[in-house]
Ligand binder design. Structure first.
Ligand code: SAM
Length: 227
């Protein structure tokens, strides 16, 4: 079996792009909501540079740069199709890089940043590279900087096979407390604000039968500081 990060890099990230085309001229409300919920607080902070992990075409990253009057956004994304689409649209504000957050070589392109955004990505990262991925994010985030995460918040850990991939093991990993917990437990990240919601609130689910507890989410804003 291939490592799931490689499956993303070689096929699934582009397949995800193909399956999820929308009007790229309009930022989806559910993406915009993630930032708007924290923007009153973040508007009072100095946010010069921004990094988004799993940035797709970079539309949310571009929105962040404009919202916070930042000088530049940096995005990492394993879909080359998404990167090419984003480079055509957002080159003025954003530098987009093809690759994985767990790759030190890819992350060499990224300067230190004041804000990192990780929207629905941690669950798709292999367990082999999750600590490397977290270390790479922590290394790029300035002390006193902020981290926004949207992730699942299940009552017990669970992993489900990605139903779009049949020939490889590719899991969606949901962990107790969300992946924000891995940052919080260092003692060096403090919760500024959070919001809990379900798939039905965001109209994400197309099926009537689904387990609410498995599909509960958290949007969380952390500050990188000990105190
Ligand atoms: C559910 S999508 C979310 C995309 C985007 N953040 C959004 O909210 O529209 C998950 C994204 O994570 C990316 N991804 C998966 N594994 C990754 C990894 N190891 N490093 C960086 N991005 C990854 C995928 O290519 C995909 O764009």
């Amino acid at each position: 079996m291939k490592n799931q990060d490689l499956v993303y890099l070689e096929q699934e990230a582009d397949n995800f792009f193909d399956r999820n085309e929308y009007d790229f001229d309009k930022l989806l409300d559910r993406k915009k909501n993630l930032i708007d919920h924290f923007s009153e607080y973040l508007g009072s902070q100095k946010i010069d540079t921004i990094l988004e992990i799993g940035c797709h075409i970079g539309d949310l990253l571009n929105y962040c740069v404009e919202s916070f009057n930042s000088s530049r956004g940096y995005g990492i994304e394993p879909s080359i199709k998404a990167i090419e689409e984003g480079r055509k649209r957002f080159a003025r504000n954003c530098s987009l890089f093809h690759g994985l957050v767990g790759s030190d070589k890819t992350m060499e392109n990224i300067p230190s940043c004041d804000l990192v955004v990780v929207n629905d990505v941690f669950c798709w990262i292999s367990r082999e590279s999750i600590f490397r991925s977290i270390a790479n994010i922590d290394e790029r985030l300035n002390s006193g900087g902020h981290l926004i995460i949207r992730d699942f918040l299940p009552p017990k850990k669970i992993r489900n096979q990605n139903k779009h991939v049949s020939d490889q093991e590719v899991f969606c990993h949901k962990i107790v407390g969300s992946h924000a917990e891995l940052f919080k437990q260092t003692g060096n990240y403090q919760v500024i604000s959070s919001k809990i919601f379900t798939d039905s609130d965001l109209d994400l689910t197309k099926t009537k039968e689904y387990d609410l507890s498995e599909n509960t989410w958290v949007d969380i804003l952390l500050k990188k500081t000990w105190a």
